[in-house]
Design a protein around this ligand. Structure first.
Ligand SMILES: [Zn+2]
Length: 226
């Protein structure tokens, strides 16, 4: 196989420097919000981790990088990844972890070598979680809308003790939301399509569908989100 000439080769000292940098990674660092998708050995999404945890998995050789720039099948270990970072440095600041000597690319997706379980998880109660449960459909008029035309409606209004729970929050279009105002549905002459419930536990990938930290690079590994 043809090996491109390297301007410099990553050494054990470089790896140690990267590990050291990660150890001193402050919580205020811009990369502290960056997340990496983790797949099990069957290519199913099982977790989202921060940069520190991602590199810990790589250095322990529990996981390898899926080089999404090179296609879904391009997998490499940490050593190869550092070399690829030398050949092709990160283009954007948010993709770079700076070591003493060179920037290393932050992977988007990683695959675990041994782990093959598929944990089930309850989706997070969030605006996006409610929209996903209701398939972006107004629970009063039954019309599907894009996210920006939707609101969250408290079935029992907050002023009357309605809480932020899966059972009391529904997707509503802005028009229906305004019409209902601070009333109970029947007081406004409105009916819910169905009784809102707490969603069942779902495979992790389905829960990620509602996660704002989602990156476009992940879509391929999460299946159809809507
Ligand atoms: Zn509506």
């Amino acid at each position: 196989m043809h090996q491109a000439a390297l301007p410099d080769k990553a050494t054990a000292a470089d790896e140690a420097a990267v590990e050291d940098d990660l150890l001193h990674f402050p919580a205020s660092h811009p990369l502290s919000s960056r997340r990496v998708l983790v797949l099990n050995r069957n290519w199913q999404a099982v977790n989202i981790v921060d940069v520190r945890r991602a590199f810990a998995l790589l250095f322990r050789e529990d996981a390898r990088v899926i080089d999404t720039d090179e296609g879904a099948n391009s997998i490499c270990d940490i050593e190869e990844w550092i070399e690829r970072s030398l050949r092709k440095p990160p283009q954007r600041e948010r993709d770079a972890l700076h070591t003493v000597r060179f920037p290393i690319r932050i992977p988007s997706v990683m695959i675990l070598d041994e782990y093959d379980r598929l944990p089930m998880k309850e989706p997070r109660l969030s605006r996006e979680g409610i929209f996903a449960r209701d398939t972006f459909t107004c629970q009063y008029c039954g019309r599907e809308h894009s996210e920006r035309d939707l609101n969250i409606d408290h079935v029992i209004p907050r002023e009357r003790g309605g809480r932020n729970t899966w059972e009391n929050l529904v997707t509503s279009c802005i028009a229906c939301n305004e019409r209902k105002a601070n009333r109970l549905p029947h007081e406004a002459g409105m009916r819910l399509l169905r009784r809102p419930r707490r969603p069942a536990r779902l495979p992790f990938s389905a829960c990620v569908a509602t996660d704002l930290r989602r990156s476009p690079d992940w879509e391929l590994f999460l299946g159809t989100l809507r």
